[in-house]
Design a protein around this ligand. Sequence first.
Ligand SMILES: [Zn+2]
Length: 149
Amino acid sequence: MIGGIGITSEIDFSQFFCWNKDCPDYGINNQGNIALKERYGKNNHALLKCKTCKKCFSETRGTVFFQLNTPEEEILRTVAMIPEKGGIRGLARATGHSKDTICRWLEIAGNHSKEVTNYFLTNLNLKRVEVDEIWSYIKKAKKCNRRGS
Ligand SMILES: [Zn+2]
């Protein structure tokens, strides 16, 4: 925790990243570039500001996996292993996460494909072809979510 500024203590800024595609820090969290600008609305949402490009965005845009208990990095690293493990079942066996959990992650990843792709390319240093392969698995895996949620 970095103290001293005294604006807020409850936001974990390392969870957020800049949403401005032209920003050098776009899509990369834990860069220390995110700060609180102000609170707004009846839910007291935080408006965050990227110190690198000076653009603002809402915390609700925050992170792809904001609502889950598992750290984003672990989720995306797990998802990235899917080609290597040959699919959800292999991935579940290799990582110890349940198939249901992995299906949920894939579903969320699929809904945020741009951010997830960016994460794979920048944070995990994957090549474009590797990322494409991951997506082909994620698309195939979509069937596993057809239970109505
Ligand atoms: Zn920025």
